[in-house]
Design a binder for this molecule. Sequence first.
Ligand SMILES: *Cc1c(COP(=O)(O)O)cnc(C)c1O
Length: 389
Amino acid sequence: MAAAEPFLAYGRQTIEDDDIAAVAAALSDDFLTTGPKVEAFEAAFAGAVGAAHAVACSNGTAALHLAMLALGVAEGEVCIVPSITFLATANAARYVGAEVVFADVDPESGLMTPETLEAAIRRAEGRRIAAVLPVHLRGDIAELPALRALADRAGAVLVEDACHALGSAMRFDGAAACAGDNRYGALATFSFHPVKTLTTGEGGMVTAADPRLAERLRRFRSHGMEKPAGADPWWYEMAQPGFNYRLPDILCALGLSQLAKLPRLAERRRTLARRYEAALAPLAPLVRPAARPPWSDPTLHLMTVLIDFAAAGRTRRQAMDALGRRGVGTQVHYIPVHRQPYYRARYGDLTLPGAEAWYARCLSLPLYPAMEDADPDRVAGALAEALAP
Ligand SMILES: *Cc1c(COP(=O)(O)O)cnc(C)c1O
């Protein structure tokens, strides 16, 4: 009997010998944390995405929390968050006492749109909207110029949750931009969790154009401590409590090593995505890749497809189990956050039809750089069998 083909997880880190060597070397440095590797990683990251400033922190959730703190988002204010995202995007608003108004999403792309943002602004009912947090789901870019214009008109700051979008590009009206360059969002947040495009085990980053925001991010990252210019060497002051959200030098060394591979890893994701699109084409209309907005040039973090389970006569669970038996791991991105017991208890039962329609059909297929060229065909074949009548 032929050896079983290797199991394909829906996502997986790429750790190579030089990454391991970089971490091992960093362990012998004088500074294990708050040392020179932190600024080196931040500078390299800012350079890679075209941002003026980048502030490293302990994870993508801390990045979102720091964004809220740096902007001074507070109790009594509102943040608008798409319902199709990871919990952390919404929870960040709650960490600072702000209320969440969930925006619906386009059912084909899963993204917040100008229309769904406008509807959410209406549902904010005159409360002060502090921030709007579009999510670049799976790496595809939300319609940033229009979202920015609506946020500006509402007096709100645009914060991009770019945790899926490292390496993604966009083009609006002929102007090229890169996720995290802060052309549209005052702040953009990233995660280096192992399933994301680059990893430091746990880690995060916030990019900013405004140096005062970068300074506030740094202060809140480290307890709210400040050293006034000319103060005695031991002196520090705290005007407002912060957190310990630092990323250690050991992990910044891994981040630097990973960042050097971003062009290669991103290109590999793009190649695999193209192979998936070709392999999945015969399965239409039962299976279709999530819709790609015309301005979006993504480095996909997730290969999400939309499946008409009713037409296939299968539940998602049956399809997922059948794929699992064929060595194909899948995941659901995401359960609409407004459905979580915490948010239902707080805001009641909302009706967000786009988010429901997305959730009913979405399934993320394996996508990570170490996959073989033939794997997208193998996955598409397994999917065809799993959905066959
Ligand atoms: C991963 C992720 C986060 C949180 O990042 P962590 O590093 O896991 O804390 C936030 N938002 C989105 C969209 C994510 O995918």
